[in-house]
Design a protein around this ligand. Structure first.
Ligand code: XMP
Length: 512
C-alpha cells in the first residue's frame, strides 16, 4: 500500500483516486497523525500532498522524522515537494508572485517516473498552483524537468528513490499525471497494481464491523445511488443490525420513491421504514427563498425526522450516510486552510451538533464513478446504479424562489419528459447529470388564440468525471426544440423553455 500524508490540499483525495486507478491500495492520513497510520499500514511508499501553508513560515506543517527517515520511496507534490526539500537540507523561499494554471515543462533527463512515458527533450502539459518555490535543491536531488517559472518542476534522487513535483499530477489538467503516479506506485515502490473494487468492498466490510461491533445502525436513504450503495454494503457487513429509514421529503423525481422501496424490500430484503414526511418538509419550506436557508432547513428536518424514527426503533448508536468525497470537500475546510464553503451539503452541513449518534460513512473517500463501480460489485441493478446523481435536498434546490407542492409537481412532470427524451435518444449514459429547473419568472406567450402568462423552465445537462468540474452537454440538433415543444404542450404552467450553457466553474451544477 501507499500512505498519503495530507497537508490540507483541496485535491488530496484525487491523489488517492489516481493511486486506486493504478490498482494500488492507499490511505490518507493528516500530517498530524501520519505516524500512527504509517505504523499500522506498513506502506511501501509515501506521497506527500500539497497544502495551503507556506514552508518558510514559522510553525508550518512538517513531515515526521519517523516517516522522513524510514528509507521508503517518497513523492512530494507541491507543498509536499517543498517540505521534503527543506527537511532534507535545501531551501524554499516565499514567492513574490505565484504560478497558477496550465504550464509546459521540458523534460531534461530520464528517471524512473518517466518509464514508458516521457523522454528527454519532450514538453508536457501540467497544472501549476503555487506561490513559494524551491530555490536550492537538497543534496542528492537533480532536476529532471523544468518550466519557465519552476526550474525544479520535477526533481529526483534515484538513490533514495525520493521525487518531487512542483505541479499537481493528480488533477485532470495534467494529462499524464495519473501515469506518473502509477509509475511511482508500481516502478518505484514495486507494487503490483492488482488491487480492485472487490478488495475495497472486503476492506470496508471489515472496517464497518470493527467500528460498529454489535451495535445497531440506522441508515438514511435519500433515494439516490449513494445512500443505496452505502446501505447495501453495510447490510452485507452487519446484516440485521442495520435498519434503513427512507425519509421521503416529497422532493424526489417522478417514480423514484417507489423504486427505492421495491428495491430494498423486494430485491434485498433489507428492513426498511418508509416515512412520508412531504407535508412537514413542504410546510417548513413555505416562504423560504434563500438557497442556504432551504438547504439548512432540509438537512435539519431530515435529521429531526430521522432522530424520531431512530428513537422509535430504539437502541441505534450509529447513523449511516452515503456521503461522497465531493460532498465533503465542498462543505468543510481542512486544517483551517483556505477552502471556503460553496454550498452546505445536505449530508454534512445540516447535521446538528446535538446528534448523539456516531457516523458511519463508508463512501467518504470515493468519487461518483467509483461508487457506481462498487454498486455493480454489490449486485445493484445497472439502471439503478447508472442513474444520474440527485442532490440530497432534491427538487427544492431546482425551484429557485418559493417551493410549493404545485411547483414540485410541475417540475416533476417536465423533468420526466426531459429524461424520457434523453433516454429514447440513447444519450442518458453520455451525460453526467440532466435535469430541469423551474424558474420564478413568468413570461408572456401565445397558445392557440390566447395569451399565456406562465413560468420559464430551464434545462441543464452536463458532462463531468467527478462533479467537481463540469461542461454543458451539446445536444444533437433538433433535440432541444423537440423537448421544449413536448414540455410546453404537456405541462401546464410552463410556456417557455431555455437551456443552460454554463460550465463549472464558474457555475455550479445545481442552480442553488
Ligand atoms: P454543485 O451544484 O455543487 O453539485 O456543482 C455537484 C454535485 O453534487 C450534487 N449535490 C448534492 N449532493 N447533497 C448531495 O448528496 C447535496 O446537498 C448536494 N448538492 C449538490 C449535485 O447534484 C452535483 O451532482
Amino acid at each position: 500500500s501507499i500512505l498519503i500524508v495530507d497537508f490540507g490540499s483541496q485535491v488530496t483525495q484525487l491523489i488517492a483516486r489516481r493511486v486506486r486507478e493504478a490498482g494500488v491500495y492507499s490511505e490518507i492520513a493528516p500530517f498530524t497523525t501520519a505516524d500512527e497510520a504509517f505504523a499500522r499500514l506498513q506502506p511501501k511508499g509515501v506521497i506527500l500532498s500539497g497544502g495551503p501553508a507556506s514552508v518558510p513560515e514559522e510553525g508550518s506543517p512538517r513531515l515526521s522524522d519517523t516517516i522522513l527517515h524510514a528509507g521508503l520511496p517518497m513523492l512530494g507534490i507541491c507543498y509536499g515537494q517543498q517540505v521534503l526539500n527543506q527537511q532534507l537540507g535545501g531551501t524554499v523561499e516565499k514567492g513574490q508572485s505565484g504560478e497558477f494554471g496550465e504550464a509546459y515543462i521540458a523534460v531534461s533527463d530520464g528517471c524512473d517516473l518517466f518509464d514508458g512515458l516521457w523522454a528527454e527533450g519532450e514538453a508536457h502539459q501540467v497544472w501549476m498552483s503555487h506561490g513559494d518555490k524551491v530555490t536550492e535543491l537538497a543534496p542528492g536531488f537533480r532536476p529532471v524537468a523544468a518550466s519557465p517559472g519552476a526550474p525544479f518542476a520535477i526533481v529526483a534522487d534515484d538513490v533514495r528513490r525520493v521525487y518531487g513535483m512542483q505541479f499537481h499530477p493528480e488533477v485532470v489538467h495534467t494529462p499524464d499525471g495519473g501515469k506518473l503516479i502509477a509509475n511511482f506506485a508500481r516502478h518505484v515502490c514495486g507494487l503490483t497494481g492488482d488491487w480492485t473494487m472487490a478488495e475495497f468492498r472486503q476492506a470496508k466490510i471489515a472496517e464497518i464491523r470493527a467500528q460498529v461491533g454489535s451495535g445497531r445502525v440506522i441508515c438514511g436513504l435519500s433515494g439516490g445511488v449513494d445512500s443505496a450503495v452505502a446501505a447495501v454494503l453495510i447490510h452485507e457487513a452487519i446484516g440485521e443490525q442495520l435498519t434503513c429509514v427512507f425519509v421521503d421529503h416529497g422532493l424526489m423525481r417522478s417514480g423514484e420513491a417507489e423504486q427505492v422501496v421495491s428495491l430494498f424490500r423486494g430485491h434485498y430484503n433489507i428492513p426498511l421504514v418508509h416515512v412520508d414526511a412531504s407535508t412537514l418538509f413542504l410546510s417548513g419550506l413555505a416562504g423560504v427563498t434563500d438557497p442556504e436557508a432551504k438547504r439548512k432547513f432540509i438537512g435539519k428536518t431530515f435529521i429531526d425526522v430521522f432522530e424520531e424514527e431512530a428513537r422509535k426503533i430504539g437502541g441505534a448508536g450509529f447513523l449511516a450516510q452515503g456521503t461522497l468525497y465531493p460532498d465533503v470537500i465542498e462543505s468543510v475546510s481542512f486544517t483551517g486552510g483556505p477552502s471556503v464553503t460553496i454550498k452546505s451539503h445536505h449530508n454534512v452541513g445540516g447535521l446538528p451538533e446535538r446528534m448523539n449518534m456516531a457516523l458511519v460513512e463508508p463512501l467518504r473517500e470515493l468519487f461518483k464513478d467509483e461508487v457506481r463501480a462498487l454498486g455493480r460489485e454489490l449486485g445493484l441493478p445497472d439502471v439503478f446504479v447508472g442513474r444520474h446523481p440527485f442532490p440530497g435536498p432534491g427538487l427544492a434546490i431546482r425551484i429557485p424562489g418559493e417551493v410549493t407542492r404545485e411547483r414540485c409537481d410541475i417540475l416533476r412532470k417536465a423533468d420526466a419528459i426531459y429524461l424520457d427524451e434523453i433516454r429514447s435518444a440513447g444519450l442518458y449514459d453520455a451525460i453526467w447529470q440532466a435535469f430541469a429547473v423551474l424558474l420564478p419568472v413568468k413570461t408572456v406567450g401565445v397558445m392557440g388564440d390566447g395569451r399565456t402568462y406562465d413560468s420559464v423552465l430551464g434545462l441543464r445537462a452536463v458532462t463531468s468525471t467527478d462533479g467537481m468540474t463540469a461542461a454543458a452537454f451539446e445536444f444533437p440538433g433538433g433535440f432541444l426544440p423537440r423537448v421544449a415543444t413536448r414540455i410546453i404542450n404537456e405541462v401546464r404552467g410552463v410556456n417557455r423553455v431555455v437551456y443552460d450553457y454554463t460550465s463549472k466553474p464558474p457555475g455550479t451544477i445545481e442552480w442553488e
